[in-house]
Design a protein around this ligand. Sequence first.
Ligand code: ZN
Length: 263
Amino acid sequence: MSAKTFVPHSFSREILVDPPVEIPTVHISPLALSEMHAYVSIASKEVGWLGLCDELEDGDYLIERTFLLEQEVSSAETDISDDGVAKLAQELLAAGYNDDDLNRLLFWGHSHVNMDTSPSGQDDKQMEVFRDSGAPYFIRAILNKRGKIQVDVYDYSQGLTFVDIEWTIHHEKYDVKERIEKDFKAKVSEAPVVTYRGGGKHARRSYYEDMYGNVMTKENNVVEWKDNFKSQAQKTHPEVEAATYWNSYGYYDADIWEEIDND
Ligand SMILES: [Zn+2]
């Protein structure tokens, strides 16, 4: 039986890479995002800037902050001048950054003003310049006044370009945890708590433990335990009147207390 006539099918057009390529996400610090929003807001021409960028352990990238380049802008695309980069390097060294920081200038952003964020031929040529300068990778962001940011990652070491990838606002860079923890300790307290253990029809064998670690069983002197709890609660929660602990917080179940008291 002869074969049917060969016809093109709908091709799946996949490339299988081993190991599989993970598409990175670009994290932008709130500071860098605010800086870029200001550049794009202020500029009526295609202004550009560089930024400090790190590759994170999971292969994502973090843009920490950005620096405006000295440049002559026009309505047409402007390239990054060697002069502008050299002046920025001087400015950063004078501000206390070091050579390692200069090597982290792996982010380039520029505004397309009101135009779409797709790269121009000049924008693509600029990425070849970065590659030829020996950078391991370079991230390009193109922004416009319509609130769009397109991010492309040129991974020169792998020979891969990730186009229009996901970007996100990165908050973890700001180490506020210690300060907030202190603030929490000073300002936030828990209401007095008595935890009921056991219960139901076995209430006679149940017991209570308060937030101070005092445990009441039916063997204990219940009245004494209640008084202890009240006085300790008064110290840690002076804003609450002792007489109201039981009722307003509802931790005291009169029936169960009586059940135990009477047992
Ligand atoms: Zn451009």
